[in-house]
Design a protein around this ligand. Structure first.
Ligand code: ADP
Ligand code: GN1
Ligand code: MG
Length: 341
């Protein structure tokens, strides 16, 4: 649970502390009453090796947005009593506190095209509002985070280092993954073409990283800003396609439920373009169909590599979960590759 020293550092007295949310990386707790209170998070410092850089990026973005877009709701951490954005526990883990945004919900599976449209607008607005700021001022939080070539190399390394047992259990998923390696070449060509502009992107736009108003279902603000850093628009749009067009999430193990919902795809693209149309070049727009394929593939490779590596990165609740996630994503990728282009 939460160490007392941490509660004291944020001056949180005798509160109700409950585990919250379904993220794979950090630990999240809800503090206080249902319609108020705080979100307390322990940052995974094995994944985020320089958490101070996360805080610096968020501070820089917050200051810029406050000046240029004062109406825009951007979630900034609440400072600890010592004035810092984060405090460290005895194990060296950083903790931070956010205001809990009342009357909001997150969703893991999109039900309506309106939700898809709103989510895409919400994530696109972040990049649009930050378009005037200096990308060089942002730290790269995780090097080559969405570099598909790098992720493929990591998958190959995992293949070499894994146990014979995991290699044999993952045989089918491995073969399917290799089948899509042509996407790595496409990715390299696209990046090398210089056609994509480096922007400030969220880089983790899965559907549960945006808050919806509980009643109107309009988006209230984006959350999970750990990977806010320079990136290409295909990363954000692609991760939305990955998590929105399918009626079930990456956790679904009944793969027959995985399908492509055209009305959701159209809504995601329309929502993104509603905010970003004027920012994107024609070359960038031509890369829209590739984005969903690329991000679904990268996630399949990352889940599978983690399974082969012995489940060291993503939180799992049962043995084989990362392999199931990879199989789920490979099924989705197969369907997307037939439907999108
Ligand atoms: P992770 O990095 O582990 O995915 P998130 O920052 O996405 O962590 O938080 C996990 C969950 O907690 C979210 O999906 C959301 O349901 C909830 N949450 C996080 N921050 C807030 C907030 N400020 N207000 C309301 N709910 C939040
Ligand atoms: C992780 O933190 P969370 O659960 O929102 C991961 C993303 C993946 C996602 C897949 C820092 O995101 O890149 O898309 O899991 N974040 C990191 O569910 O690796
Ligand atoms: Mg999250």
């Amino acid at each position: 649970m939460v160490p007392n020293s941490i509660l004291q550092s944020f001056n949180i007295p005798n509160s109700t502390v409950q585990p919250f949310g379904s993220g794979h990386i950090n630990r999240t707790f809800k503090i206080g009453s249902t319609d108020g209170g705080y979100i307390l998070q322990r940052i995974n410092h094995h994944v985020f090796k320089q958490p101070e850089n996360i805080a610096a990026n968020i501070r820089y973005a917050a200051a810029y947005l406050k000046e240029k877009h004062p109406q825009y709701l951007f979630l900034s951490p609440v400072k600890a009593t010592n004035g810092q954005d984060m405090v460290y526990d005895e194990g060296g883990y950083p903790w931070r506190l956010f205001p809990y945004i009342s009357n909001t919900v997150t969703i893991n599976e999109v039900q309506t095209a309106k939700e898809a449209l709103e989510a895409a607008k919400g994530f696109a607005r972040l990049t649009k509002n930050l378009s005037g700021c200096d990308a060089q001022k942002f730290h790269n939080i995780i090097e080559r985070f969405h570099d598909l070539g790098w992720r493929y190399e990591q998958f190959e390394t995992a293949l070499k280092n894994t146990t014979p047992e995991r290699l044999s259990k993952a045989h089918e998923a491995i073969e399917q993954s290799k089948h899509f390696a042509f996407l790595v070449n496409e990715y390299r060509q696209l990046i090398n073409s210089g056609d994509l502009t480096l922007r400030i992107t969220h880089n983790d736009t899965k559907i549960n990283n945006i808050l919806f108003d509980a009643h109107s279902r309009k988006t209230v603000c984006v959350i999970d800003l750990d990977t806010l850093m320079p990136g290409y628009f295909i990363y954000d749009l692609g991760d939305m396609v990955r998590t929105i067009v399918c009626p079930v999430s990456e956790e679904e193990t009944d793969f027959s439920k995985i399908s492509f919902r055209k009305e959701m795809y159209d809504a995601v693209v329309a929502g993104y373009l509603a905010e970003m149309e004027e920012e994107l070049s024609d070359h960038e727009k031509a890369a829209i169909p590739f984005s969903g394929l690329m991000m679904t593939y990268i996630m399949a490779l990352r889940f599978l590599a983690d399974y082969l590596n012995g489940d060291v990165y993503y939180t799992i609740k049962y043995e084989g979960q990362n392999m199931n996630r990879a199989k789920n994503q490979l099924r989705l990728l197969q369907i997307l590759s037939e439907e999108i282009r």
